[in-house]
Design a protein around this ligand. Sequence first.
Ligand code: GDG
Length: 473
Amino acid sequence: MARLVIVSNRVAVPAEGSGAVAAGGLAVAVKEAFTAYEGLWFGWSGNIVDQPSDEPTIIDRDRIQYALVDLSPQDHREYYSGFANRALWPIMHYRLGLGAFSRSDYAGYSRVNRFFAQTLAGLIEPDDIIWVHDYHLLPLASELRGLGIANPIGYFHHIPWPAADVFNSLPASGDLLRAIADYDLIGLQTEPDVQNLTRNLCDTLRAIPLGAGSLMVDGRRTRIRSFPIGIDVAGFKDAAEKAASDRTVRETIAGLRTRKLIIGVDRLDYSKGVPERMEAVDRFLASNPDQRGNVVYLQIAPKSRSDVPEYEQLAREVNETVGEINGNTGDPTWTPIQYVTKAYARPVLAGLYRAARVGLVTPMRDGMNLVAKEYVVAQSGDDPGVLILSKFAGAAQQLPEAILVNPYDRFEVAEAIRTALYMPRAERLARWKPMVERMTREDVDWWARNFLSELENFRTVEREPPTAAAAAE
Ligand code: GDG
């Protein structure tokens, strides 16, 4: 059996004896990817220690080998909280005003990528294929190539790839564009993202298009394609069906009485548009006074990246917005917004999605957005709810039957809530059916197989020799 090496910033090692990988987006995806391969998963352990060892900690569990490295406080601050989450994340999500670039953070980002490459290189065998995940590791292939690693290396970018003018506002953008071309295969979530990166490589680095997504960049051939990530449809559907017996789900439904439930589920991140969505719900209640007391909006938003100042600020803003709306609009018998920052177990989440008449998924930008897909899959086929989805989420490309909205326009979102609540069953069914069918066909397994079969092709492809110009550099 060939070996697949997965590399991600954070590695989720399952508890001993659990027999499964930890739940959560990347962990589920990785599990699918490993079904056809022997697996090694390399990345950060989550531990911050004063003197990280150069030797990874190796853990063997359920057919997968985990190789974990620790980070120093400085690494964590500069590479993770700094460059990855205060410079790359906002820029990739079109939030130029929130981008905080610092040279020392960028130096830390480059240093940790080099450290990952040096530690990983010793574990690579000649027949391995390597699949790197996400924006923390853009320069990893370039570092590995510098150490003589010639194996096929693919990269999947989970977040949006912005238009060239936005990306190029990042002071390190030129270096990062050159580095990314060292991957054999670059996977993005959507076709517009593919066009953004391709155009940028062509305009900025004079890359030459070779057809079918392949490009020659600085004498190296790379391929850029969209691979929209899917979810574990069978598992999620099953959890949603069984969740009716769960206590939290039962009590939430009982507490609603005749009220209709509108649900939002997001990591507390400014890209997800949580305060903007609350303002839209407020607008809806203001212009539909007959609905006061008849709907409840439940927002589940587990805290995330709390050591990054922009996230702290967001948490405060959301608290204030919730307080203001509930204070101004609610009464002793009815609280319009129920807001919780604790994380719920996946089966509970699935049951709550199923109980909700409206799924409100309105990120300002999102690479894909798995919540939109989970909401669709969790619905009952007899009486499905309605998905309201931001047109700036990658998921909108695969879910055009949702009510698509501009999340910046709270009047439009308020109107969509009204449409969703009054939508007749026949229309709800007509919209839901094609979506659930597409999600079932294009699930996480489909995504992983597509990416890996494409990456496998690079085993056999003769790498293009460098052009004379590139060799002379
Ligand atoms: C990145 C990209 C892309 C949320 N609250 C709870 C909980 N969640 C789960 C959801 C969903 C996941 O977290 C969030 O996934 P998203 O796709 O919505 O967003 P990101 O975390 O930003 O993910 C995104 C994704 O990567 C995959 O490529 O789609 O665009 O930004 O699965 O259900 N899970 C549990 N309890 C919670 O309270 N168990």
